[in-house]
Write a protein that binds this ligand. Structure first.
Ligand code: SF4
Length: 692
């Protein structure tokens, strides 16, 4: 068979690269081909995207429901599996109340799924216990963006604007490994004469490209941003007209920054003062500047304040609300943006509305045909929800997430999952979390279904179905419809994605993330539509804030912030900082990519990266097994020696389970605003394993 390719998008990260899928006659039903017309990646794909079809192979995925009997998972019919779930939900709610039934979603789910999952929790289950793994991704950036601009959209400008800035400061992001096609925008920036400053404790592949690399100690980039703002003020580089005309709160923020002396910042961060001055010079003399953050500054127990510190730097220098300048966040998960807009977050309703806002409740309740007073209150954040499993929450329905690998303090979270009365998991593969479930539902995946995603620019795109799902597999929308029916809600859960999207549009209308004017037809015709798009004749909004910010008075808000130590600082017992992150060939918890031979060959397993000086002190050679020990557990992985990391810091990627899982160590200290756990900084010690 050799028909025309179907235009669609990659199943993985938030860049949502365009690709074509051409049908084949082989066991893998489609092959990935280039789609040069999509403007974001212009045909380029990384290895994950290029090999994405492999996860559609029959042997790589689940094709029948599984139920646990006598301690073992065995194949079952859909009716048996769904009846078991409905029975467990009913029994738990009757015995322990509605909030004892929890829902955990994912930032990779389509907009339609995220929307209906939130509606299912609030309307069918009547539970407040819903949150999703996106809380672990960019929730601090979202909170910081709302605090400053009144609105959170990952990038308030399209990626094509990045090369037109004079200087970009990239803080705690490594797109050369996480989203390689994005790197072309950084290269084009430099080709245009712009400067790239990378802030990262490691000299990553992205940092290698930088004109200036600053390598602060993990957890100290808030101090770094304060030091830069101090120098901006001290050197008379503020944009007073912008501050006076378009912002509020400068006096307090200025005072906070001036309390952080650059010499003190140097000692806290480990970044030499001349480098700090050079970063300020590059940023302020560029004409237009952007600050882009990623998980480094955001995944901290002070993540929101850290984001605010970088936004303050933008505002003080007039680099916001104008062309080719501003603050943005490089969202991570495929639908990290859309996933946080449609109501699967503990405190939100569709349209990025607040669940505790009476007007928002009334609007959404009218679309859903329910009493606004019947909608539950805001619930617990993701880690708090996982931590309550087996005690407050007794039955959990989980879709599109693998917290056994990806949650902080993962061994504890695994224990909590095991302590549940009942766990149901919808997934494509038997992930480490699905393997613990009482019922596993095999669901369709990206190329087997149609649905919308919202990429890191706020561009709503359409993933089109390109292959038939194997027999025995159903879509998440069919699962929700079937469960809702069994629980007394025969209406309101459409199985056709476009119908679900049309309802989502109505629910979002008038909200911050307004999709009312976006249709499947328009997305197809326009290569995506940027929200907000309130009506069919509205062009969409690629660039936000050019005239006014989304605050009540139209001004951006400074927030005075101060540095504070990480939740866990090195001490005598645990003298080394651990930071975690990603590698090029694996994606998130690795549930899909660890099943792809080409990707596994490139990145077969976990490791701990350490500086040769630290290795020498421990007597460890490259490739030898090393135990990493924290207050939360112990892992054993090979040592990888490199001078690209600070001697006081070690790094572990988090894609692998079990004794190699980096999240065994990560600290669930939570940011007070975003409830983000502190993935990026904790204290460990290293031990050489006997026998090397
Ligand atoms: Fe897929 Fe992201 Fe790679 Fe693009 S950069 S091909 S979206 S994983």
């Amino acid at each position: 068979m050799n028909d025309a390719a179907t235009d669609t998008h990659c199943p993985y990260c938030a860049l949502q690269c365009g690709m074509g899928l051409r049908r084949t006659d082989g066991p893998v039903p489609v092959a990935v081909v280039e789609r040069p017309g999509f403007p974001v990646n212009r045909g380029a794909l990384c290895g994950k995207g290029a090999n994405a079809a492999a996860v559609l192979a029959p042997g790589a995925r689940l094709t029948t429901p599984l139920v646990r009997t006598g301690g073992e998972l065995r194949p079952a019919s859909w009716d048996e599996a769904l009846d078991r779930i409905a029975g467990a939900v009913t029994a738990t709610a009757a015995a322990h109340g509605r909030d004892a039934v929890g829902v955990f979603g994912g930032g990779g789910l389509t907009n339609e799924k995220a929307y209906l999952l939130g509606k299912f929790a609030r309307v069918v289950l009547g539970t407040s216990a819903i949150d999703y793994n996106g809380r672990f991704c960019m929730s601090s950036a979202a909170a910081g963006g709302i605090r400053a601009f009144g609105l959170d959209r990952g990038l308030p400008f399209p990626v094509e604007d990045i090369p037109r800035a004079g200087c970009v400061i990239l803080v705690g992001g490594n797109p050369a490994e996480t989203m390689p096609p994005f790197v072309r925008y950084l290269r084009e920036l430099q080709e245009n004469g712009g400067k790239l400053v990378v802030v990262d404790p490691r000299r990553t592949r992205t940092a290698e490209l930088a004109d200036l690399h600053l390598a602060p100690r993990p957890g100290t980039d808030l101090a770094l941003a304060l030091g830069m703002l101090h120098l901006v003020v001290a050197e008379g580089r503020t944009d007073e007209a912008f501050i006076a005309g378009r912002t509020t709160g400068w006096a307090e923020t200025r005072a906070a920054a001036m309390a952080h002396w650059p010499e003190h910042v140097e000692s806290v961060t480990g970044v030499p003062l001349p480098h700090l001055r050079e970063a300020v010079r590059l940023f302020c003399e560029a004409g237009t500047g952007m600050v882009l953050t990623a998980r480094g500054p955001e995944q901290q127990a002070k993540g929101t304040d850290t984001v605010s510190a970088w936004i303050n730097l933008c505002l003080a220098t007039g680099n916001a609300g104008r062309l080719h300048a501003g603050y943005g966040c490089l969202t991570g998960q495929g639908n990290g943006q859309g996933g946080r807009e449609h109501g699967q977050k503990a405190d939100q309703l569709p349209g990025y509305r607040k669940l505790d806002d009476p007007a928002a409740r009334a609007h959404v309740a009218a679309v859903w045909g329910v009493d606004p007073d019947a909608l539950p209150a805001p619930g617990r954040s993701a880690y708090e929800l996982l931590d309550s499993l087996g005690t407050d929450v007794r039955t959990l329905l989980l879709a599109g997430s693998n917290p056994v690998v990806s949650a902080p303090r993962s061994a504890h979270v695994t224990e909590r999952l095991r302590s549940l009365d009942f766990l149901a998991v919808s997934d494509v593969v038997l992930s480490e979390t699905a393997a613990l479930a009482d019922v596993v539902l095999p669901v369709t995946q990206w190329a087997e279904e149609t649905g919308t995603m919202t990429n890191l620019e706020g561009r709503v795109i359409l993933r089109r179905k390109a292959a038939e799902a194997p027999a025995g597999v159903r879509s998440d929308l069919e699962v929700l419809h079937a469960l809702a029916g069994r629980l007394g809600h025969g209406e309101g859960f459409p199985t056709e994605p476009e119908k679900a999207f049309d309802e989502l549009r109505r629910a979002s209308a008038g909200g911050a993330a307004d999709y009312a004017g976006i249709s499947y037809e328009r997305i197809e015709a326009e290569e995506g539509v940027f929200w907000p798009c309130p009506s069919a004749d509205h062009p969409g909004t690629p660039r936000l804030f050019l005239d006014r910010f989304a605050t009540p008075d139209g001004r951006a808000r400074f927030t005075a912030v101060h540095h504070r130590p990480a939740g866990e600082e090195p001490d005598e017992e645990y003298p080394v900082r651990l930071t975690t992150g990603r590698v090029l060939a694996q994606y998130q918890s690795g549930a899909q990519t660890r099943r792809v031979a080409e990707l596994n060959a490139a990145a077969p397993g976990a490791f701990v990266e350490l500086h040769p000086r630290l290795a020498e002190r421990l007597g460890v050679r490259d490739g030898e097994q090393v135990a990493v020990v924290s207050r939360r557990g112990r892992t054993v992985t090979p040592a990888r020696l490199t001078t690209a990391i600070r001697p006081d810091t070690v790094f572990m990627p988090f894609h692998w389970p079990g004794a190699a899982n980096a999240n065994v160590h990560t600290n669930p200290a939570l940011d007070p605003v975003s409830r983000m756990p502190e993935f990026k900084a904790c204290a460990v010690r290293l031990e050489r394993c006997e026998g090397g």
